[in-house]
Design a protein around this ligand. Sequence first.
Ligand code: IVH
Length: 670
Amino acid sequence: MSLFDIKDKMDELVGELNQHTYNYYVLAMPTIADFEFDKKLEELNRLELEYPDLADPNSPTQKVGGDITKSFITVNHRWPMLSLGNTYNEQDLRDFDDRIRKTIGDSFEYVCELKFDGLSISLTYEDNKLIRAVTRGDGSKGDDVTTNVKTLNKIPHRLKAGDAPPVFEIRGEIFMHRAAFNRLNREREELGEIQYANPRNFAAGTIKMQDSGEVAKRPLDCFLYSLNTDKNYFKTHWDSLQGLKEWGFKISNDTRLVNGIDDVLAFIDHWNNERFKLSYDIDGIVIKVNSYAQQQELGFTAKSPRWAISYKYKAQEVETLLERVTYQVGRTGAVTPVANLRPVQLAGTTVKRATLHNANEIERLDLHEGDSVFVEKGGEIIPKITNVNLDKRHDGAERIIYPIDCPECGSHLIRKDGEVAFYCPNDEGCPPQIIGKIQHFIGRKAMNIDGLGDETIETFYKKGLVEHISDLYLLKDKADELKTIERFGERSIENMMQGIEQSKQMPFEKVLFGLGIRYVGETVAKKLAFGVKNIDNLMGATFEELITIDEIGQRIAESITEYFSKSEHIDQINQLKVFGLQFQIQENEIALQSEKLTGKTFVISGVFENYSREELKELIESNGGKILSGISAKLNYLLAGENMGPSKHDKAKKLNVPFISEDDLFEMLK
Ligand code: IVH
């Protein structure tokens, strides 16, 4: 094979693997087995090792903690992980109840549980220690993901000495809360990464990551729901759940012991509406016969137990009309198609728009003008189109074609090798990109400029007052023009000027993040700033030097060198330097960010909207604070997020420990 052929083969593999990753995580519709995927990934890896000069820096083998399935060790399940029969209506459930009555008579109880929408996991404990965590796999054998599972702080590594058996297996569901899913997906969007279709895929993708350090950063949770032991420790499933709780496992408080099928139906009815108030997704209810002796009597079919069944809620789906497809150009130039729909009610809200992700999705749906489409609301904020009702397609309807030119500035769109999104390359001249970049710069996580909002930036741009970030610092000379803007009084102008002036004190890492360099998110900006110390070092750094910095991979390094190769960007930085912005790390920042929390102790519990628990921990520790593992009277603060455990909550209340929010913590650090 010539080098050209090898390069072609490598490009083909990159394209294929990216498409499969997209099918799996975004569309939730894999078209290839994990094993086949791994084989292709290995082949690409081998070729890249052999021909490093031909390797694509964006190759799926290079993704930092990428979402690629690696080969984990396969472990046989001691007790097969069966699935559950599904029911969809009352009659199915009454039939299930009749079948049970025929075998065990009328005297029995049911346990009703939520059906958590995540991935099932089997945990083995020996002598009170977690020794193995295995995925369901094909039911008889799964992947050993112990190292990754050990990063979940909801799963105990060691049990308090108690009466747990010397060896047991416990099963449960690992999942991600919606708030965390939305936050992380927004971050991925900002970084131009593929977004996950729903929290389940995000959780499953996380558990199968190569890098446990990355897993630790993604907040996952776990409910446990069944126990397997060699001899029965408990008489009933309900008692075993109470036992598990005492041994330190997280059991749902929404599980109920009920007396007959009418109570089961009432439970199902209750959660049909209430499920949207939970902070995580459920896709149904699981109904189990309570007594272990009766379970044994009922036994199993080849695939599932006869003593349990699931009731699946209908997907919240409606049919509506596609009015038109519009295209949004983001700050990084990515062009995202959006379906504008005839407004329709879905899961309590009016839906007018649905995301179409990118060109591949339009192709997958084979969308035509005026199509009647099915819209579904899952974990994500924006609903998505699942399918087209072909019976209602009009004769002669035109196919929807993704544009070849930017709908905003007319530049020819480009798609980089191995990427799914098309980009407008005109970053200095395309209006939504210019506006988006300035909006990003003033945003809360970047320069946090008080008195300026997204709409104001748009107005300023349209009036020709700002075209670059640096123009913000010239606004003070344009007071007369500013006064002519509607609803922009003297007070607002004064506030804004103060905010802009104060932003000159924002630390280097915030300025760096604010520049909006592709793939340089908040965390990367911090690592870079502390790694290079000042902007001149960063501008002068070579690709090879950049990749030696912690967490900076090839893709980020390439984006940084490309950014600084443009003279417009260097001009901007020089102007910002003249205005007095911070372009170097302060010496005291390098040592310890501050001493503001020295002597203070914190426990972090729950799920947070803006930061992961890892990030909050880092923040507290780098400002001198200490993280404690449990709540005691000595604890100074409980940093409480959404859905914190009830026992922690009650204990902290009893001991009068102050509860603080993310915002309170930031106030303390100001
Ligand atoms: S019990 C014999 N309880 O649903 C099967 N499963 O469709 C025993 N699931 O593989 C499973 N919540 O991943 C059980 N409360 C719950 C559950 C639950 C979610 C999942 C689990 C299982 C699948 C079966």
